[in-house]
Design a protein around this ligand. Structure first.
Ligand SMILES: [Zn+2]
Length: 180
């Protein structure tokens, strides 16, 4: 469990990615300082690997300006002026992190589900604290629907998050049984 003598993983992470969070030596109150539970450490580390890989190709002009829990899932905001290709890779990394956080207990990092009961949180059964799981239609728990304006027209994109592979599975349209 957490020990007061162990350096916080947030500081280690921020220092490991000065290219993303700003130079080492910035105050810990830097805008991108992770504000989320310990259970999402792995989610955030995966995101940083992806974001760095995307940004490196672009000269490192992107900064992570906010990492926080919102409505029970992890939100990562960045600022910069990357090329459209890099921006797309960044958004993919951010979306993957959000999708993974929605299946990861923010206390312990085990598999979790979104729970209500006062406020939204993603928790495993052991850390549910009696709070009920949000009910989704069966098979649609991990569905992400994105609507984007492309060339003046709205386009919808349907995809499921595959936790075991940590990737999205694209669908032309929602299906009741994505595993078939
Ligand atoms: Zn847990």
């Amino acid at each position: 469990m957490a020990s007061s003598t162990r350096p916080d993983w947030r500081g280690s992470l921020v220092e490991s990615y000065p290219d993303l969070f700003g130079p080492v030596g910035d105050p810990p109150a830097a805008a991108g300082w992770p504000c989320c539970g310990d259970g999402w450490r792995d989610v955030l580390e995966r995101a940083c690997v992806r974001i760095r890989a995307a940004v490196e190709a672009d000269g490192g002009t992107v900064r992570i300006v906010s990492v926080q829990e919102k409505y029970g899932t992890l939100r990562i905001d960045w600022r910069g002026a990357p090329s459209p290709d890099v921006a797309a890779r960044l958004e993919e990394a951010v979306d993957l992190a959000e999708a993974r956080s929605a299946t990861t207990c923010d206390v312990c990092g085990a598999f979790g589900v979104l729970r209500g009961g006062g406020w939204l949180a993603t928790r495993c059964a052991a850390h549910a604290e009696g709070r009920p799981a949000i009910e989704f239609e069966e098979g649609f728990e991990n569905l992400q629907v994105e609507r984007r304006l492309v060339g003046g027209r709205w386009r919808s994109r349907f995809r499921f998050y595959d936790r075991s592979d940590d990737r999205f599975v694209e669908l032309g349209r929602p299906r009741r049984r994505p595993s078939e």
